[in-house]
Design a protein around this ligand. Structure first.
Ligand SMILES: [Zn+2]
Length: 109
């Protein structure tokens, strides 16, 4: 899995999805950038909501955060991926970017 790879992105050697050599086997390559970040709907959070959050809930949240290491904590807020794809994998990706067709919806087995 590629993870914010700087120089590799400019001179990729293989497709991150299928492992095929890029630019040797294919004339075209694709770059897939994906960002996942926490969407805080600040305007929807009222003072009332904050007051409803009991001390116990807040302590539980802090507890949970304490169990995460720094990287996990950062990833839970913002995560960026960069992948190189061959044309075939680019088509596969855009048809099913979340893998729902291949794997079903999350939570279904
Ligand atoms: Zn590929």
């Amino acid at each position: 899995m590629a993870d914010e790879r700087g120089s590799d992105e400019l001179f990729p050697t293989v497709c991150d999805m299928c492992g095929k050599a890029l630019l040797l086997d294919e004339n075209v390559r694709y770059i897939l950038r994906a960002e996942v970040f926490a969407a805080y709907d600040v305007l929807e959070l009222t003072r009332e909501d904050l007051e409803k959050a009991t001390r116990r809930e807040i302590e539980e949240l802090i507890d949970r955060m304490g169990d995460m290491d720094e990287q996990e904590l950062a990833d839970s807020v913002y995560k960026k991926f960069v992948f190189n794809l061959c044309p075939r994998c680019q088509r596969r990706y855009i048809e099913d970017p979340l893998g729902v067709k291949r794997h079903g919806k999350a939570g279904e087995d």
